[in-house]
Design a protein around this ligand. Structure first.
Ligand code: G4P
Length: 523
């Protein structure tokens, strides 16, 4: 089969949501369609010791949250599906953000009883900046929630995106009758016990009880209103990320999930060209290329190894192939390649653009690395880094364990779990993270995976600003505003607070202070 045929079968997406909106529940249901799990370890089971397949890491089991993004692959309707799970907890947004660079579309789950929540807004912004098509699933319709019209209005106002309801609910909570499937021109009727039947629009008149129900009539009127006054359906606008198709349902029941998935999976884009340093590369380009968006050490305690997650961007991957690492020009053999369903791994012999595979990392890769074959040398767009907000000094509790300490820090930093800085004056290790939970995970992993207990000393919330090398002058910085260097030895100042930053700007207008978003060219 040609590369083009293979690529057009690929659908690679992430599911994003505010914690508790139902992302894990939805992921499980999709895995059930793919026959990947026989019985979903329902999220309810979290408390009873049974876990969702995607929440597999030890620490996740303890906390009942998703800390890292796992990748799941399955075949559905002759399509090759790659789902990237993303951590919902706000402290892990950096990991989540990076995952969004590896997908072609996003499913945004919203809790219809709560509407748009803080984390949804942050994640949404990243998708928007990258122009990723967004499909919305309004979840928990089995509960009394906000009115569908109010939800659409909120989505449009808060997220500034046009909406197009793909289906429309009749009732909610106990009075939930089902959904009008606009795309499939049918009514999906909900029955007690959470079963569903499909009634084509032209047969509805045979179901008098249903169509004469006031809830049904009200919903029908609302739908008419939406059809008249709402946005026009445009596949182009969806693919540009300017219009979001909205589905209503319940991931838990599940209700409306099958209709959602069948529609979504055919509308969601297959891989397209991606930007590189030498121009766009097409996914059906003969030569293999891809980039690493995540590195994870010790995924399986029985293996004690490092896995790099690679997004294939063009051509065909074959197990055992030799590729070049664009950053160094060095040749590497991709020997142990794997696809993953949470913690169980299968060897993968071939993969195409859009696929996400795990490759063994002989300690050679960094996040953002491009791997490729062929004469041309190029790199995929640099992965964005996100400014850390919370900083701590870190040292080894036991000086005799400094070797383990350094190795642990080096690997966890390379993995992108946390950011490392060195104090310009004292050379002390300073860590930066988006939130407190990241430090707890760091401490836990240092102890359990590297046998190195750490001491952390908070230096509080800081505002990092990068400097130009020629403008670094120790005299400019008092001890309150720390002068440090990042992993690439770039100088930056950790300002105590907004006031200190503004004060410095006033006193030293000639010094350029660069925000990380600008460093990434990411505004
Ligand atoms: P997350 O990954 O986005 O954080 O959410 P998750 O799927 O873990 O779901 C969060 C809670 O919401 C879970 O309850 C889950 O059962 C519930 N939930 C998910 N989808 C639906 C839905 O469609 N309807 C209803 N009613 N609930 C849903 P939990 O954490 O086990 O708490 P509890 O509700 O059992 O106390």
């Amino acid at each position: 089969m040609s590369i083009n045929n293979e690529v057009s079968k690929r659908k690679t997406f992430a599911i994003i949501s505010h914690p508790d909106a139902g992302k894990t529940t939805m992921t499980e249901k999709l895995l059930l369609y793919g026959n990947l799990i026989r019985s979903a370890g329902t999220v309810k089971g979290k408390k009873s010791g049974k876990f969702a397949t995607s929440d597999w890491m030890e620490i996740e089991k303890q906390r009942g949250i998703s800390v890292t993004s796992s990748v799941m692959n399955f075949t559905y309707d002759d399509l090759h599906i790659n789902i990237l799970d993303t951590p919902g907890h706000e402290d892990f947004s950096e990991d989540t953000y990076r995952t969004l660079t590896a997908v072609d579309s996003v499913v945004m789950i919203i809790d219809s009883t709560k509407g748009i929540e803080a984390q949804t807004i942050k994640l949404f912004k990243v998708c928007r900046m990258r122009g990723i098509p967004i499909f919305t699933f309004m979840n928990k319709l089995d509960r009394e929630g906000k009115e569908p019209l109010a939800l659409l209005e909120e989505l449009e106002e808060v997220l500034e995106i046009d909406t197009y309801p793909m289906n429309w609910p009749a009732g909610m909570g106990k009075g939930f009758l089902g959904i009008f499937d606009r795309h499939g021109e049918q009514f999906v009727q909900h029955h007690p016990g959470d079963t569903e039947t499909y009634i084509p629009n032209n047969e509805l008149s045979n179901h008098k009880d249903l169509v004469e129900n006031p809830t049904f009539k009200d919903a029908q009127q609302e739908l008419e209103l939406v059809t008249e006054a709402g946005n026009e359906y445009s596949e182009e606008a969806i693919l540009r990320g300017e219009l979001t198709p909205v589905f209503f349902g319940s991931a838990l029941s599940p209700f409306g999930v099958q209709v959602f998935f069948d529609t979504f999976i055919h509308l969601a884009p297959s891989p397209t060209s991606r930007k590189t340093t030498t121009g766009p590369i097409k996914p059906d380009n003969e030569d293999f290329s891809g980039f690493i968006f995540k590195i994870q050490a010790n995924m399986n305690p029985a293996h004690r190894d490092r896995i790099a997650f690679l997004r294939v961007c063009s051509g065909k991957f074959e197990r055992g192939m030799t590729v070049r690492l664009a950053r160094t020009g060095k040749e590497l053999k991709l020997a142990q390649s794997q696809q993953m369903v949470a913690s169980s791994r299968d060897t993968v012999d071939e993969a195409y653009a859009g696929d996400i595979i795990g490759v063994y990392d002989p300690n050679a890769y960094q996040i953002g690395d491009t791997l490729l074959v062929g004469k041309n040398m190029y790199e995929y767009d640099e992965l964005p880094q996100f400014p850390p907000e919370l900083f701590k000094k870190v040292s080894a509790k036991n000086a005799l364990k400094s070797k383990q300490f350094r190795k642990g820090i080096e690997q966890l930093v390379q993995e992108g779990a946390i950011q490392l800085f060195r104090d310009q004056m004292t050379d002390a290790f300073i860590l930066g993270a988006v939130g407190e939970l990241q430090y707890q995970v760091f401490t836990y992993r240092m102890q359990h995976e590297y046998n190195a207990e750490v001491m952390l000393e908070s230096i509080g919330e800081r505002i990092p600003r990068w400097l130009k090398e020629e403008q670094v002058d120790r005299k400019l910085f008092d001890s309150g505003n720390l002068l440090v260097r990042d992993r690439n030895n770039q100088p930056l100042v950790l300002f105590r607070n907004e006031f200190a930053l503004n004060w410095f700007k006033d006193k030293n207008p000639e010094v350029d202070l660069i925000d990380l978003f600008e460093v990434n060219d990411y505004t």
